[in-house]
Design a protein around this ligand. Structure first.
Ligand code: PLP
Length: 330
């Protein structure tokens, strides 16, 4: 990566939380299991970003919680579902920074709490239970007002840390991945498959890919819940916000982006036959643990695209593993 926006990206202020670079692992057995026409397959192990059991949220919070944004802050306030990975990592970051943490959670955790719900409490967060997704934003605003009334100051971290700023964490990941791929023989095209929901990850990848001058890359975001239209719209908006922060006025590579919503099945967190198969296949062929909510559906999407011949055997596929392991134990 060269040029002024890339230099600004490389120098962007970050809270160092992640163990980087994450591994890029060749998935030979999985490729064999997918048939003779399957392309070369790799897994970018962002499940191993390390902090608080890892996953994609760690990279987004590195930029979202940059030291200059934390001046005077006494609490982090954020929101999510009872099994939110984002709430887990935010609560752990607050603990690490010596700050308080309030989580607006829509829905009750199981009793006793398991998986991420257990970890939200383990990291000492205060839980505000609300009854719907729509009530989360007002609950966060109210928590921030209460904190201010007691002389503190809250930093509200938007859902999933999916902001232009959070996306910069994933634009940086493209640079990391590019240098890992540079050690491999050249191929005509590289495909990235990744789970998408609040779209900060996909937006950051799109921005990072757009900043690369020549590589031929296709980026496929596989939805965990939202429609393909929402994924595309949110991804382009967040990538543009990230580009504006960098002062980059180039064109986002919209043509490189595909959004797939046909692997959601009956809804968020509800397994499908294809997501169960993907979870099993990754485990049995590679010893790689997927999660049932996000990465198993994204992997189901990748497997389906490969089996249906959408990715020619001469291309290379990288599955970006975004983590989410605690949900397996929920
Ligand atoms: C494990 C995991 N993978 C993927 C995603 C999707 O990432 P994003 O919200 O940036 O689209 C999330 C968060 O929602 C997640 O927790």
């Amino acid at each position: 990566m060269t040029g002024a926006p890339l230099d600004r990206l490389a120098a962007w202020p970050r809270l160092r939380l992640a163990s980087l670079p994450t591994r890029l692992v060749r998935a030979r057995n999985l490729r064999t299991a997918l048939g003779a026409e399957a392309p070369e397959l790799w897994v970018k192990m962002d499940s191993e970003t390390g902090f608080a059991l890892g996953g994609n949220k760690v990279r987004k919070l590195e930029t979202e919680l940059a030291p200059d944004r934390l001046e005077g802050v006494t609490h982090l306030v954020t929101a999510g579902g009872p099994q939110s990975n984002h709430c887990r990592v935010t609560a752990a970051a607050a603990a690490h920074l010596g700050l308080g943490c309030v989580l607006a959670i829509n829905g009750e955790a199981s009793d006793p709490p398991t998986g991420n719900a257990l970890l939200h409490r383990h990291f000492g967060a205060s839980i505000l239970t609300v009854s719907s997704r729509d009530e989360r934003a007002p609950a966060m605003a109210e928590a921030a007002r209460d904190i201010a009334a007691e002389g503190g100051r809250a930093l509200i971290v938007p859902l999933g840390a999916s902001t232009g700023l959070g996306a910069l964490g994933y634009a940086l990941a493209v640079g990391e991945l590019t240098s890992q791929l540079a050690d491999l023989p050249e191929v005509e095209r590289t495909w990235l498959f990744v789970s998408a929901s609040s779209c900060g990850t996909l937006a950051g990848l799109l921005l990072g890919v757009s900043l690369l001058e020549r590589a031929d890359v296709r980026l496929v975001g596989v939805s965990a819940d939202a429609s393909a239209f929402e994924l595309r719209t949110d991804t382009l908006r967040l990538a543009a916000e990230g580009a504006a922060l960098l002062g980059w006025e180039g064109q986002l590579r919209e043509g490189a982006l595909a959004a797939a919503d046909e692997f959601v099945g009956r809804g968020y967190g509800v397994p499908t036959p294809a997501s169960r198969e993907a979870l099993d296949l990754f485990g049995r062929t590679e010893g790689i643990v997927l999660d049932p909510v996000y990465t198993a559906k994204a992997a189901a999407g990748m497997i389906s695209w490969i089996r249906s011949g959408n990715v020619p055997p001469s291309h290379r596929v990288v599955f970006v593993h975004t983590g989410g392991h605690p949900a397996l134990f929920a």
